[in-house]
Design a protein around this ligand. Structure first.
Ligand SMILES: O=C(O)CCC(=O)C(=O)O
Ligand SMILES: [Fe+2]
Length: 329
């Protein structure tokens, strides 16, 4: 593990905006723009998500992963990434950030709910775990809500009308991942989750009491994300990076668990609607240059991403496990 320095990510207090204070949206949007053009990671406070709900979700993640392996395998992940992904079931291949060829030292439970539907997760809910589904879906609602509230800030940050993303993200592809990183003596090129950028528009990662998240800065150094009580780490993912023609950074990050106890993480991934075309946004063109990324719908992009990173999806498609690189959605 290379040397890191503990440095705070920029902290954005969104309480004035959430309270509807005059001028708050414009002021925060300007900060958001600066952050996204320079580091792509921030910590938000004043978000209004009850700390008890976040704590309860961490507890449910721990309860799920404490189940016997057979019970977890009974809800094994499907091709839509709903259900249980066993230990070392992912290898980060979409990434050009590392040459590791070892699977990620984590296991995860994925929930994906379609907006307006009750959240059946393709029937993939653990038996005999009362309260798990209810808490997870309540947290999911809170994350959906927070992500939607952040959309106008992202639009303003890009010089677009505040409601620009509204009809492009009103039936978003979202997902909640409950990850378990057991304590591991990591070998070389071994990670809890290998260096990767997220595939999302944005990711909302509840502050972890157990440190382990590291973020790569533009000068190439890795910094530890510091623990700030009741906050969310919010980062730009590849979809927004592509949409902004590379202007908003989709910053590499990785995680280890070096604590003697289990570490859990509960990231929420927010994508635009499946049929939203991710094509260079107005104002992000570079004069005299073609857009850096080919236009693709969110759905097309995600299908490509899953095929690369998740072994069960590769197998289904008849593709051999390939030389890996780490990914997350
Ligand atoms: O475990 C963490 O803190 C980060 C996890 C992560 O980056 C992901 O799941 O995409
Ligand atoms: Fe990530």
């Amino acid at each position: 593990m290379s040397t890191t320095v503990a440095t705070n990510l920029p902290v954005l207090d969104i309480a004035p905006y959430m309270a509807g204070e005059a001028g708050a949206a414009e002021r925060l949007a300007a900060e958001l723009r600066e952050i996204n053009e320079t580091i792509g990671f921030m910590t938000i406070i004043g978000h209004g998500v009850p700390a008890e709900l976040t704590a309860a979700t961490f507890e449910q993640a721990a309860r799920f992963h404490a189940l016997p392996t057979d019970d977890k395998l009974a809800v094994k992940v499907n091709l839509q990434m709903q259900g249980y992904l066993p230990m070392r079931g992912s290898t980060t291949r979409t990434s050009t950030l590392s040459t590791n060829n070892k699977p990620n030292e984590n296991e995860a439970f994925f929930i994906k709910r379609v907006v307006g539907e009750p959240g059946d997760n393709d029937g993939r809910w653990p038996a005999d775990l009362p309260g798990f589904r209810e808490v997870a879906l309540q947290y999911y609602d809170a994350m959906d809500d927070l992500a939607q509230k952040l959309m106008p800030l992202y639009a303003l940050a890009l010089g677009l009308p505040a409601d620009y993303f509204a009809d492009k993200c009103d039936k978003p592809l979202t997902g909640l991942r409950l990850t378990h990183y057991p304590p591991v003596a990591y070998g070389s090129d071994q990670y809890g989750i290998a260096p990767h950028s997220d595939s999302s528009f944005i990711t909302l990662l509840a502050q972890n009491k157990v440190p382990g998240l590291q973020v790569k800065t533009r000068d190439g150094s890795w910094i530890d994300a510091e623990v700030i009580e009741n906050s969310f780490v919010v980062n730009t993912g590849d979809v927004l990076h592509r949409w902004t023609n590379g202007r908003f950074l989709s910053t590499p990050h990785r995680a280890f668990n070096t604590a003697p106890t289990a570490r859990y993480a509960i990231p929420f991934f927010f994508h635009p609607n499946p049929d939203t075309l991710i094509d260079c946004l107005p104002g992000c063109e570079v004069a005299g240059e073609a857009p850096r990324y080919p236009a693709m719908t969110t759905e097309e992009y995600m299908a490509w991403f899953r095929g690369r990173n998740y072994d069960h999806v590769r197998k289904e498609k008849g593709e051999a496990p390939e030389q890996p690189a780490a990914a997350a959605e």
